[in-house]
Design a protein around this ligand. Structure first.
Ligand code: ZN
Length: 164
């Protein structure tokens, strides 16, 4: 997934903010950490282009292992449980990690994700990755998974402008 990650991070963070209001009244910081987590896995694209030079799919890097994000999420939950109610940092860690994990889930709609890595190197995708057209753009924009991406974007826009 390309365009849906940031709006997905916006949606999750906005919907979960109420749950953490007692810890942090700092809405913008909470949203910042959430949206950063939503796109953080793709920082590996820099490594892919600059150092690995297209040798391996960036989905084979640690930053795209669901196990990595699940570990961060569990650690953040542990931190939440052990910390005082007034401490806002564990809330930021939690929203960052959960959005990273959602990124893994969303990427599974548009490509292969190694859900059991590093234990088993089996790629998995919700969609068949047979390409119908020769052009990457046509394949991407005509795939039904792109509707999911559009839906996420529209949902985020709706939440942003909804009168509450
Ligand atoms: Zn990704």
């Amino acid at each position: 997934m390309i365009f849906g990650h940031l709006p997905a991070g916006y949606i999750t963070s906005k919907l979960l903010f109420k749950k953490f209001e007692a810890r942090t009244s700092f809405y913008k910081a909470f949203m910042f950490w959430g949206m950063l987590g939503a796109i953080a896995p793709d920082v590996d694209l820099f490594y892919y282009y600059m150092i690995d030079v297209y040798k391996h799919s960036h989905h084979t890097y640690l930053t795209h292992f669901p196990f990595f994000w699940l570990t961060l999420l569990l650690l953040s939950v542990l931190w939440l449980l052990l910390s005082k109610n007034r401490d806002q940092n564990p809330a930021f860690a939690f929203i960052f990690a959960i959005n990273g994990l959602i990124h893994m889930f969303l990427d599974t709609f548009t490509g292969n994700i190694f859900w059991l890595a590093p234990f088993l190197n089996t790629p998995f995708s919700f969609v068949s990755l047979d390409l119908e057209y020769n052009s990457w753009g046509l394949n991407y924009f005509t795939h039904w998974a792109f509707l999911l991406e559009l839906f996420i974007i529209l949902w985020a826009v709706f939440l942003r402008f909804r009168k509450s």
